[in-house]
Ligand binder design. Structure first.
Ligand code: SF4
Length: 214
């Protein structure tokens, strides 16, 4: 089976399994999403969602973050881990948005990744969620599952994104990635529960394992 057909099957199956596809971070505007996404590095989205109401009630806009006392931010975001680096980058990012981008969040990946702490995963999330552009959000779940399925066999997320971008239909890629996150939390975990998986009839890892056991 070629990768385009495999992608089509995976997209269809996940749509049936997980009808709703959504970003699990809670936000009210693009700046909040950008900051929440930065906080989510090495931290579960649920924990970020617990922390951000206090953060966004004290720092309501770009200007507030630019003028922020870093210790106050550190104190609030501490439960997210790496809090010192994250606090520095959040303030740096807001200052750069103000100075270089006229207080507007760029609508493209090339500019977004120039901001402190923003890599391709977050940049894709922003262009997909906020600007409704084609996005391939390769987080740990997407990377692991697409590799197991046989859609890509790369050794890092950037290369995987490039491969997936070629084979996923533009209008499907963002929601496909959101659904992979849910699937990765529930079924295709580090130790996958393949017998419960809606993709086990065509998953390369599962088929290979079954073949090896016969
Ligand atoms: S069959 Fe197993 S390894 Fe393949 S996607 Fe499903 S849970 Fe993951």
């Amino acid at each position: 089976m070629n990768n385009y057909k495999l992608a089509e099957l995976a997209i269809t199956s996940l749509k049936i399994c997980y009808k709703e596809a959504a970003c699990s971070l809670i936000y009210e505007n693009e700046l909040q999403l950008l900051i929440s996404a930065r906080l989510s590095a090495k931290c579960k989205d649920a924990r970020v969602n617990n922390v951000t109401p206090a953060l966004f009630s004290q720092f309501k806009n770009l200007e507030d973050f630019c003028k922020a006392d870093i210790l106050k931010i550190e104190n609030i975001i501490k439960p997210c881990g790496l809090y010192k680096t994250k606090a520095i980058q959040i303030i740096g990012m807001c200052k750069m948005l103000k100075k270089v981008y006229n207080s507007k969040i760029p609508d493209n990946i090339q500019e977004l990744i120039k901001l402190p702490g923003i890599g391709r995963k977050i940049a894709n999330l922003i262009v997909g969620e906020i600007f409704k552009k084609p996005a391939v959000i390769v987080d740990t779940h997407c990377f692991r599952i697409t590799k197991r399925l046989g859609l890509q066999n790369e050794n890092n997320e950037i290369k995987a994104e490039a491969i997936l971008r070629k084979i996923l239909p533009k209008e499907e890629s963002r929601d496909f990635c959101h659904r992979l996150v849910v699937h990765g939390r529930l079924v295709c975990r580090i130790k996958p529960i393949c017998e419960n998986c809606c993709m086990n009839s065509f998953c390369k890892k599962h088929i290979t394992q079954n073949f090896a056991n016969t």
